[in-house]
Design a binder for this molecule. Sequence first.
Ligand code: NAD
Length: 239
Amino acid sequence: MEKPIAVVTGAQQGIGLAIAQVLSTRGFYTVLCDLDERALSVAAEAIGDSSGYTLDVSDFAAVERVAAQVEDTLGPIAVLVNNAGINRDRMLHRMSREEWDRVVAVDLTGPFNFMRHVVPRMRERRAGRIINISSASWQGNVGQANYAAAKAGVIGLTKTAAKELAPFHITVNAICPGFIDSPMTRRMAPEAFSAMVAKIPVGRIGTPHDVAKVVAFLASDDASYVTGEVINVGGGMVL
Ligand code: NAD
């Protein structure tokens, strides 16, 4: 593969798809990882110079297999974007153990799994970029104890990895989207959706491309001295 390879999780729709599209226009071969084989192949075909891998990011062994397969068949992973995420919102006093476990497994253990299997080869090459998608909710948001805890965990993971990997020229940063127009937010009740948009100082909902362009910056040479940072992409919104 002549182009550098960028792996993007949760890339069949929403913010992940926009990240893959923007990285592709910036010269990367993109590897899309997600749950649905058909949606992935449609996305990969639309992007071009791209392949889709079906996997659940919470499955340690599956991530190990895919990371090895990408490296062995396509080439070295230059950029890893941990974007896959879910929410299962409910007030803490009603939240089930399953709702807690699943959100932590996908949103926090997923990024760990990918980093665990991609970082050893990045260390050997002494090069790499890791961008983790957290959320403005990490600071606490009513009805999102599971999601906020997982997304706060992503920031701890990011900052620790940034310190461990800085001597190896690997940067690790997190992005906190605010309220972005995607299938995740479109599942909300229309009144709750409008109430969130009303809280955004710039006066509009964010687009997946608003987030993707910041990912592209962090993946670029321009960001080689930026590591361990948490960048809000939320139009000034404070939850
Ligand atoms: P989305 O639901 O539209 O897309 C998420 C993608 O992740 C989907 O394609 C889904 O299939 C995939 N995914 C879910 N579980 C997976 C698993 N176990 N393994 C592999 N893939 C899996 O959501 P989005 O709005 O595009 O969100 C993308 C990321 O941005 C998430 O991490 C989300 O928490 C974060 N985020 C979104 C917003 C927002 O306002 N939309 C705000 C803050 C943070």
